[in-house]
Design a protein. Structure first.
Lengths: 263, 787
């Protein structure tokens, strides 16, 4: 890694200021992607602004509308332990990476990075979550903009993520054997106004909603409802671990399993 | 009754105390005052001509001591190859030059092109980034068959082509084998890939070179399985340092699996640079560097054919293999697909006629050499796959077909030049059938099917050849080294012993099991015996540890040296007891006169040897120290039978191993617990090869699986509990301990069991899948089912 400075502000406003002071500064969430990137000398920020000492960005609570609110700097282990009000979200967090990752990695870091194989983007999009930043609130449907691309502006920090709690939900992850990221991960959530299905790991465009399955499941929330539905493998990731067609097939398999597990 | 110490006892591994408490002394723990650090600039291009290397800016960077390029090594020897294979036509293999730093061309991603020595590792790395490297990219040679087409781009311009050798074994049998195929009632053929692997020992390679100007002595600390071999190769062939001015130390080593046998450029560089810079020079490999510079394993593409007569007796085997050598010949690379592979092609079966053809090919990839099993897993895999396929084609039980063709009389001379001394293949298969509960398989299969899963059972046998020997034979086969082992036993005045062995422990537990042998022979407590290894300055010339040879060859040398000690001690005892030497007996650590109650303790005899006041000085010298070199008469031949039961999820293609049983015959056992551990580790690696590990290059010679993000190592939750048994014991007939070796068995025996099981599962669902190439990753299995 190259040399850089680290600052550890305790208030959101200070973090925002630190980030705006320099164009070469970068926010540091849990560092589960950024630190390995730095070690490989693939990035050279002059300053890292750690978000881990900002108390107002940590912890899980229940909002007035009953939604589960997760502070942007909350690590996965905490969500797993404390988001019991939304069991599918807690279970998703409990299976991200390994214990070391779960005790370092944060929800804000994961969503800001938007790795196309990460779990949290599926949970956020599948729940229709609201991503709160220091500047605004962004609906999940507007937030994810392709592989590693989001609606965040330079220097904008995710301070909180609000998850409306569904009637039923489940996340099914089929792991890539080496990294154990999602080769395909499907988050299904049934709300009063319809079902959402968000898929990670599969598409060249990052996490996406399978609207055809959502429509079918909204009228019949059972695995049978999606029999015969399929996705095209054309724009799916094709690599050492599976072709686009294989991933497209897994999308349907994992969706059915998530529905069965949730129902 | 479990034994309390000595041969056959499951003594706890004494070395684990330091390994598990962070008190080990690994090469990276060695830091010498004034030490500098080297960073290697490695090619990120698979094949190209070096137009220029501009090191001027790098040389001016802070902390830089010196920048080296290939030009600094003109006149220095290249990396030597330790085995010369002679081809089908009696010609020696093509052997390219292998420079320490690239000369003129780069030939694989990861090849070191330049090296920066600096005060700190970070400074060295910073400066390496300032080197301006201009390489004209050439087409990369990756696919072996394309590499052999006429007009193919050549990896080495000064060689005729990309063919290292075209080896036929046994060439004189070729026509008879072909005739047997013409006469066969049934022929089963199979084309398969033995996937390329990266060894991935937990400890990456490290080298520290040191030079004493005052005495002109060089020292290399290195992560090696065989420090004496490194001293010989590097001293004599690379750097021209006489062995008495060169010391090589391999301290605690965190796993080798074959990849730390070989002499590497980084070792020679650090030794050379320490003298050139007059400072100790250290290199610690990153994991990324390990992927692109540690010798890889396997990488064979094979067609095997099995001929059977009308009664299902095997009549002939014919194979054609393309073996990837990579860009250069690693130290023992040519021997792996030939003498360690072709000689095992008979397996456990009395097939009378066998012909093995191997074409070794140069490609723009990392050199390939021995990896746990080395040649024997490749032989076992193809043989046990084709036998399984034959059983399916013939509609006969795969175990019955194997049993029908088992070798049952020993010694048995195979048609591929080796003679098995002992074995009991029905015995291990009987044991396996008991352990595997094959009778209950049908019920387990229906239970799986109720859950929407497919269940398969795969069985296979294996034969291994360990303790490659004897030296005069392997010399005729092209080895440029002897394959004996050595031991010096030094008894101290107060009765404790230090055994200096030429073999090397890098996880095998020699410090425990070797001590058990000596303690048993003398009848003393194991804790009175210390095992020393890994330093050329205090151990006799030895060939190191690989090929499951240590107890069979190194242990035998130790037994011989201990016998000499006992013989001399008896002379001393007979003097002290005033009895005839012929009447002296050694039991439980005391010498006694047969038929009397007169005795003298071990410690009294050892004290007399060093304080020779009452001592037969006219007949024998004082002191009690003996050395023995042991050159075995033959290989040893461990064997066994393995069974794997899998569940396959037909919706995803995911394979789960539900049961795994291994029945091995290792001859006599020194420490059953250590043997069990060796088998467990071997099976884990074999399952890794079968299901997970895939070292893959793209068409440009870029390594696609260059990190753990894409190279899947087996993890505990990928594996079931193993049922392991080694109670079937047919002792080796030609070494003093009757031992055979157990280090590689698990890695050899397990891949075919896994693949056989998956094919069985898929066929149970009515598919016509007869083979899937490893690793059997979910996508491959699903595609085989749905292709």
């Amino acid at each position: 890694m190259y040399n850089f400075d680290v600052v550890k502000p305790t208030r959101i406003a200070d973090a925002v200021k630190e980030l705006s002071d320099s164009t070469e500064s970068q926010p540091l969430g849990g560092g589960q992607t950024l630190i390995p990137t730095l070690k490989q000398r693939l990035a050279s920020p002059d300053k890292l602004v750690s978000l881990s000492a900002i108390d107002e960005m940590r912890g899980v609570c229940t909002g007035e509308d009953g939604s589960i609110c997760v502070g942007g700097a909350t690590n996965h282990a905490t969500v797993a332990a404390e988001a019991g009000g939304y069991p599918a979200l807690a279970a998703t967090a409990a299976h991200i990476g390994d214990p070391a990752v779960r005790n370092r990695g944060t929800i804000g870091g994961s969503l800001a990075n938007n790795d196309p194989s990460a779990c949290y983007p599926a949970a956020a999009l599948g729940s229709g979550a609201t991503i709160k930043t220091n500047a605004r609130e962004i609906a999940a449907d507007d937030y994810f903009q392709g592989m590693f691309a989001t609606a965040l502006d330079e220097g904008e920090i995710i301070t909180e993520v609000r998850f409306p709690v569904p009637d039923k939900a489940n996340y099914q992850k089929f792991v890539q054997p080496a990294s154990r990221f999602a080769l395909v991960g499907v988050f299904v959530a049934k709300y009063a106004d319809g079902v959402r299905v968000a898929i990670t790991g599969a598409s060249n465009d990052g996490v996406f909603r399978w609207t055809e399955a959502e429509a079918a499941l909204s009228s019949n929330f059972s695995a049978d409802a999606i029999v015969g539905l399929s996705l095209s493998g054309d724009n799916m990731i094709s690599d050492l671990h599976g072709t686009g067609d294989y991933r497209a097939h897994l999308c349907a398999v994992m969706t059915k399993r998530a529905v069965t597990a949730a129902a | 009754m479990p034994k309390d110490g000595g041969i056959g006892a499951s003594s706890k591994r004494r070395e684990d105390v330091r390994f598990l408490t962070g008190a080990g002394n690994y090469t990276d723990d060695i830091n010498i005052r004034g030490q500098a650090y080297v960073h290697f600039l490695r090619s990120d291009i698979a094949h190209g001509t070096i137009k220029s290397i501009d090191t001027a800016a790098a040389a001016r960077m802070p902390g830089v001591v010196r920048v080296f390029t290939g030009a600094d090594f003109e006149g220095v020897g290249g990396m030597p190859c330790g085995w010369q294979v002679t081809d089908r036509h009696g010609q020696p293999m093509q052997e390219p030059a292998h420079p320490i730093l690239a000369q003129g061309k780069v030939r694989h991603v990861g090849e070191p092109v330049a090296a920066v020595v600096a005060d700190t590792a970070e400074q060295a790395r910073d400066a390496a980034e300032a080197i301006v490297l201009d390489i004209d990219e050439l087409p990369a040679v990756v696919d072996m068959k394309a590499a052999l087409e006429s007009g193919a781009t050549k990896v080495h311009d000064d060689l005729n082509d990309n063919l290292c050798y075209d080896w036929g074994f046994v060439e004189e049998n070729k026509d008879a084998v072909n005739k047997a195929f013409e006469d066969a009632a049934h022929v089963t053929s199979l084309e398969l890939v033995n996937n390329r692997l990266v060894a991935n020992p937990m400890e990456p390679r490290v080298a520290v070179g040191d030079y004493a100007k005052g005495t002109d002595d060089s020292t290399l600390y290195t992560t090696s399985q065989n420090p004496h071999v490194i001293r010989l190769l590097m001293g004599a062939f690379v750097l021209g340092i006489p062995e008495h001015k060169l010391r090589v130390v391999a301290p605690d080593v965190g796993g080798g699996f074959g990849t730390k046998i070989f002499h590497y450029q980084e070792e020679a560089f650090c030794t050379f640079a320490a003298k050139a810079c007059n400072r100790p020079v250290k290199w610690t490999s990153s994991r990324t560097e390990a992927f692109i510079s540690d010798a890889h394993g396997r990488d064979h593409v094979t067609k095997i054919e099995l001929a059977l007569d009308a009664d299902n007796n095997f009549t002939a085997i014919r194979t054609e293999t393309h073996a990837n050598m990579g860009a250069y010949l690693s130290t023992f690379a040519p021997s792996i697909p030939t003498w360690l592979h072709g000689t095992l092609m008979a397996g456990n079966y009395k097939t009378p006629l066998i012909y093995v053809n191997v074409k070794a090919v140069f490609t723009n990839t990392v050199p390939v050499d021995a990896y746990r099993g080395a040649g024997r897993p490749e032989a076992t895999f193809q043989l046990e796959r084709v036998v399984d396929k034959a059983a399916r084609e013939l509609g006969v039980d795969p175990i019955a077909l194997r049993r029908q063709n088992f070798i049952t009389e020993f010694p048995y001379a195979t048609p591929v030049a080796v003679e098995y001394d002992t074995g009991d293949y029905h015995g291990t298969m009987d044991k396996l059938e008991e352990m595997g509960d094959f009778a209950g398989f049908a019920a387990r299969r229906s239970e799986s099917e109720k859950n929407g899963k497919l269940r398969g059972l795969g069985v296979n046998c294996y034969i291994e050849a360990c303790g490659i020997a004897p030296s005069n034979l392997v010399g005729q086969l092209g080895a440029r080294a002897g394959l004996y082992e050595s031991a010096t036993v030094r008894v101290n005045a107060t009765g404790g012993l230090v055994v200096m062995t030429g073999s090397h422990s890098h996880g095998q537990g020699h410090e425990t099991s070797f001590a058990q042998v000596v303690a048993e022979m003398i009848g003393i407590d194991e804790n009175m015996v210390e095992i020393v290894h890994g330093d050329t300055a205090n151990t006799p010339m030895g060939m190191g540890t690989y090929g499951s040879r240590s107890i069979a060859v190194g242990g035998s040398a130790m037994v011989r040296a201990t016998e000499k000690i006992i013989n001399k001690a008896k002379k001393i005892a007979s003097h002290l007891l005033e009895a005839s030497e012929a009447d002296i007996e050694l039991k439980d650590g005391a010498f006694s006169v047969a038929g009397t109650d007169k005795s003298v303790a071990w410690g009294d005899v050892t004290l007399a040897a060093y304080v020779p006041h009452n001592y037969p000085l006219e007949d024998i010298e004082p002191g009690l120290e003996e050395t023995a070199f042991y050159d075995p008469a033959n290989f040893t031949y461990p064997s066994g039978a393995y069974a794997c039961e899998v569940e396959v999820d037909p919706d995803t293609g995911k394979v789960t191993i539900e049961r795994f049983a291994a029945a091995d015959d290792f001859g006599n056992i020194i420490n059953p617990m250590i043997v069990t551990g060796q088998v467990h580790g071997g099976i884990a690696q074999g399952i890794g090869q079968a299901l997970l590990e895939n070292c893959a290059y793209d068409e440009n010679g870029q390594l696609l699986s260059a990190s753990y993000m894409d190279y899947a190592m087996p993890r505990a939750d990928d594996l079931p509990m193993f049922a392991v048994d080694h109670s079937s014991q047919t002792p080796c007939t030609h070494n003093p301990l009757g031992v055979k070796g157990c280090g590689e068995a698990g890695a050899i025996g397990s891949p075919p069991a896994v693949v056989n099981a998956v094919v069985d599962a898929l066929q149970s669902a009515g598919t016509d899948v007869t083979h899937i190439d490893m690793p059997l990753s979910p996508d491959r299995v699903w595609e085989a089912m749905n292709g």
